[in-house]
Ligand binder design. Structure first.
Ligand SMILES: Nc1ncnc2c1ncn2[C@@H]1O[C@H](COP(=O)(O)OP(=O)(O)OP(=O)(O)O)[C@@H](O)[C@H]1O
Ligand SMILES: O=P(O)(O)OC[C@H]1O[C@H](OP(=O)(O)OP(=O)(O)O)[C@H](O)[C@@H]1O
Ligand SMILES: [Mg+2]
Length: 296
């Protein structure tokens, strides 16, 4: 059968987490430091390490069958490709819960602008001209877009733009450049995409298998195995506190009639607040363990 190629970012914000996710999904690659192609050792699945901007096109053209890229880049490149070919598609297989950021409209701290409407006729610097144009159009505002590939945040102080549309996470970059965000344009995180072309039956089966594994790893990341001792009389109260736990296992404790052991798979995040509530409800010996893999 043909091998499946997965495209991920070679280096940058998404690189390590993308590779880590695939490795935790049981894919092993013959790593090579300089090469852009890592051969899959245990499954017919290889890795292509590229600039993130190239990933959407590799998928659209079917050069790669799977890819991990920020929704911001996928959407920007899709809008760009659709200008010449309106039929172009890219199928998202789900968000991956890393690489969280927001594309935001920001202006100099001293500016009076409060919204995009206040920037009519002005210049907006961005690396995302398509998303910025769509945002302008949606708001019925006309403004000039100054395309910059990097260092967008210095455009206002250089006098080449009046505002920027750029990625923000902690806000440190904006603050360091005396800018303030005034409107969100798009929320983004890393997502898994597939090529729009259908593969042969074997290829589709392998894609399904990979997707199930990746979802299993993601679900396991949120899931915790909780073990505790509970007074029999407060069992209902205690199990109700366990977040996302369906039918916990109740086990007897040797020599103790009034206490039982409770084991539960919590599919939602377990916070310190939950543990404090459990303790207040009479639970003791509470253990929270990570879950490595899950298969429903
Ligand atoms: N500050 C941030 N916090 C979290 N995620 C971010 C942040 N900045 C960017 N991202 C996400 O990570 C993606 C990659 O960001 P990065 O800065 O590594 O891109 P790049 O410089 O374009 O890399 P490349 O060299 O691959 O083109 C972005 O497109 C976005 O989805
Ligand atoms: O709100 P913050 O937490 O400061 O994050 C935002 C910054 O992060 C990204 O750049 P990155 O640091 O990845 O470097 P780059 O500009 O070289 O891509 C983005 O382009 C912003 O500049
Ligand atoms: Mg890039």
């Amino acid at each position: 059968m043909n091998r499946i190629q997965i495209a991920i970012q070679k280096s940058g914000r998404l690189a390590d987490k993308s590779l880590n996710l695939l490795e935790r999904s049981g894919l092993h690659f013959a790593r090579s430091k300089d090469k852009l192609f890592w051969y899959g050792r245990n499954l017919p699945v290889d890795l292509l390490l590229v600039r993130d901007d190239d990933i959407p096109r590799l998928l659209v053209e079917g050069v790669c069958q799977l890819g991990i890229v920020g929704e911001n880049v996928a959407e920007e490149k899709l809008l760009e490709a659709r200008q010449g070919r309106p039929e172009v598609r890219l199928d998202s297989l789900g968000k991956l819960d890393f690489g969280h950021c927001q594309l935001k409209l920001a202006v100099p701290e001293a500016s009076n602008a409060k919204s995009i409407a206040d920037l009519a006729g002005k210049r907006l610097a961005t690396s995302y001209p398509q998303l910025t144009r769509r945002f302008l159009d949606e708001n019925g505002v006309d403004a000039d877009i100054v395309m910059l590939n990097g260092a967008v945040e210095i455009a206002p102080s250089l006098g080449t733009a009046d505002a920027i549309v750029d990625l923000v996470s902690t806000g440190t970059t904006l603050r360091a450049n005396h800018l303030k965000a005034i409107e969100p344009v798009m929320a983004s995180q890393a997502a898994l995409y597939r090529c729009p072309q259908r593969l042969d039956a074997e290829g589709e089966q392998l894609l399904d298998k990979l997707l199930t594994r990746i979802q299993g790893v993601q679900q396991a990341a949120e899931t915790k195995y909780v073990m505790l001792h509970a007074p029999r009389s407060r069992l209902a109260e205690i199990t109700a506190i366990l977040p996302g736990a369906e039918s916990p296992t109740i086990l007897p404790l040797e020599g103790q009639d009034d206490k039982v052991a409770v084991h539960a798979v919590c599919t939602e995040q377990v916070f310190w607040e939950h543990l404090e509530e459990l303790k207040d409800a009479g639970a003791s010996a509470v253990l929270v363990l990570p879950v490595e893999k899950m298969l429903a």
